[in-house]
Design a protein around this ligand. Sequence first.
Ligand code: 4NP
Length: 150
Amino acid sequence: MPSKIMFVCLGNICRSPTAEGVFRGLAAQAGLDVIVDSSGTGGWHVGEQPDRRAMAEAASRGYDLSEQRSRQVCQEDFNQFDLILAMDKSNLNNLKSIAPCGSQAELKLFLEYAPNQPLTEVPDPYYEDNFEGVFDLIEEASRGLIKALS
Ligand code: 4NP
């Protein structure tokens, strides 16, 4: 059975759609059978495409985020996914607070898969406009996750 992995940030328009697209692309190259999705803890951008800056940086690196649409994490996700990876500690705490009793999904910070990286959280690029750095981090953690799953 393929591993089912969900990436979660706040708005699901910058970091987690990037993680979904990058991880899906690198996992396919590695021949890994995975089901990948992403969502946000907040609902402000539901139905929207990823931020155009994220889509542009993705395209320059050979990933396509354009089919993705923002959605909010829901209780059913905790039954559907094996591994739910939060971009920052606030996202992780929010996930823990809404996880239904008896949920088997493992909840972790995504950067646990980038152990050589001093940062433990993926910074929010929405206001900082640091999409290049965020993509570098997400590619590194995605490679670490692929190694862990292989
Ligand atoms: P994300 O970035 O959590 O990486 O998708 C954000 C996008 C939008 C907002 C916050 C974070 N916002 O407040 O609208």
